[in-house]
Each structure stands twice: as C-alpha cells, then as structure tokens.
Design a protein around this ligand. Structure first.
Ligand SMILES: [Zn+2]
Length: 269
C-alpha cells in the first residue's frame, strides 16, 4: 500500500535513475498531457511530499517545471534499464513513460498527473501538513494541527493529510494499536497525542529504503503487522479476534481488548 514511506522510496528510485539526465522522449497516456513532449528536458530531481511525488525538470529554455503524481491505493512508478522488459504492471495501466539514455521510467495508474511551473508547486501540495519523512518535519506543528479538531476521531485525523502528511491506513492502524488507543477516540481524548505522532514518524522512518512494510520488526510474510490485514485473526498480544471496519478507501483494523473504548468514543454502528 503506497503510504509516505513507499512514495519516499519511489522518489529515491526515480532520482537515482533519472537525476541529471536529459530526456530523449516522453509518452503521456492521459488526455490532459497527451500532446506534451519532454524530449530535451533535464531531470533536476525527484522528491516526495507526503504521498505526493514531484519530478522536477529544467526545460530547454531553463524554465523549471514539476511533474506531479499521486499513487493513491494502486499507483506505482518503475525504473527500467533501456531495453529491459517492463515487467511491472499491465501495459494498459501505463500513464506516462520517460526515456533517458540510461533509464526508462514508467508510471502506472497514476492519479492527479499534472505538469506545473515549479514555482506553483504549492498549489498542489501547499495544503499538506508537516511531512513525516520531510527534511522540515515539525512534530509540534503536526500535533497543533491535529488538536484543532478535537471532536474528530483519531483514525480520521491521522489520515487527514492537512494535519500531517504520509500516514495511510496501515500506519494509522498500527500506531493506534501500539499506543493502545481505540480508533474511535476523539482527538481531544487521546492521552498522549505527541507520543502518537512521534511513533508514526518512527514507524515510517524505519521502513524507508525497503519495500516490505513492517511494524513488528519481522519481515516474514504474515508477520509484518499487529492488526492491519488481520481481520478475525488472534491479536498477537492478547488473542482477541482483530476487528475490521471498511468505509470506502478507509480501512480500520483494531483489537477491542488492547484498544479499549473510552467514554465519548464513537465506534462504528
Ligand atoms: Zn489485543
């Protein structure tokens, strides 16, 4: 699942493959960019901001542009050597191909694919809260933003990228389990909001640089999470059956024993 760490890893892969290279061609397969041609453009850098990916270019006239993409639930970028078979995903999911002398980058099922002047990036990512994996991570600011809506459940608030950027369903569930906090507790009633934020940052940081996401310390299949993806399986701590609630793209797993409800909680009906 693409969360902040996955996007961070993806940005690094693209940076290593393309940074400094002059593109020999591009192929956009989305209507809004169908006539765009980046041949001759130089890739300056690849960066992530929360779950947003930013590829920054210098055009031949030295104007700076940013190609923005969002992976949401199912998007991905892959970097291939020239001539290597594109084994990543079905071809019909390809949204963009960027060719350079040393590498080919292919974007699959990308969302919000947009090309904007780099000076206007803020229009795309300026609303985001502090980036958990950003160089300017600011835990106090994240806590302050979370606290502005004390009635919101903590599970909703952690997913709101305007509070802090990078947490998705996996880390939301795992952080709340490890803190012993019910997902249905209002933000204002969470005993130690700063500790919750700090743990989220540690978990994402620990998973940078690898593709297997683990919150348990184990990288063995089936042992990488405490509650996420474990509906009806016994809690690793107390044996209670893990519960799951799904609301569109929002999925919550929790242990009702280790994460007891508090007065004022708003559990799902
Ligand atoms: Zn438990």
């Amino acid at each position: 699942m693409p969360e902040g760490d996955t996007v961070w890893n993806t940005a690094r892969v693209l940076h290593r493959a393309l940074a400094g290279a002059r593109l020999t061609g591009s192929d956009f397969r989305v209507p809004q960019l169908a006539t765009t041609d980046l041949a001759g453009w130089t890739v300056r850098e690849s960066a992530s901001r929360g779950k947003h990916l930013l590829l920054r270019f210098a055009a031949p006239d030295d104007a700076h542009w940013t190609l923005h993409s969002h992976l949401r639930m199912d998007g991905a970028w892959r970097a291939y050597a020239p001539g290597e078979r594109w084994a990543g995903r079905p071809a019909h999911l390809i949204r963009v191909v960027l060719r350079s002398p040393g590498a080919v980058a292919v974007g699959y099922h990308l969302h919000e694919l947009t090309l904007v002047p780099t000076a206007e990036e803020a229009g795309l990512v300026g609303h985001l809260g502090p980036d958990l994996l950003g160089p300017d991570w600011d835990a106090d600011e994240a806590v302050r933003r979370l606290a502005t809506q004390p009635e919101q459940t903590i599970s909703e608030a952690l997913l709101d990228q305007r509070n802090l950027a990078g947490v998705g369903n996996l880390y939301k569930c795992e952080v709340l389990f490890l803190r012993g906090v019910s997902p249905w507790t209002p933000v204002g009633a969470v005993p130690d909001l700063a500790g919750t934020v700090a743990l989220a940052q540690r978990l994402l940081s620990a998973n940078r640089g690898r593709w297997t996401q683990s919150t348990t310390g184990s990288l063995h299949r089936g042992q990488t999470s405490y509650v996420y993806g474990r509906r009806a399986q016994p809690c690793r701590r107390c044996g209670t059956a893990i519960r799951k609630q799904e609301l569109g793209e929002r999925v919550t797993y929790w242990c009702p024993t280790c994460q007891p409800e508090r007065p004022g909680d708003r559990p799902p009906a």
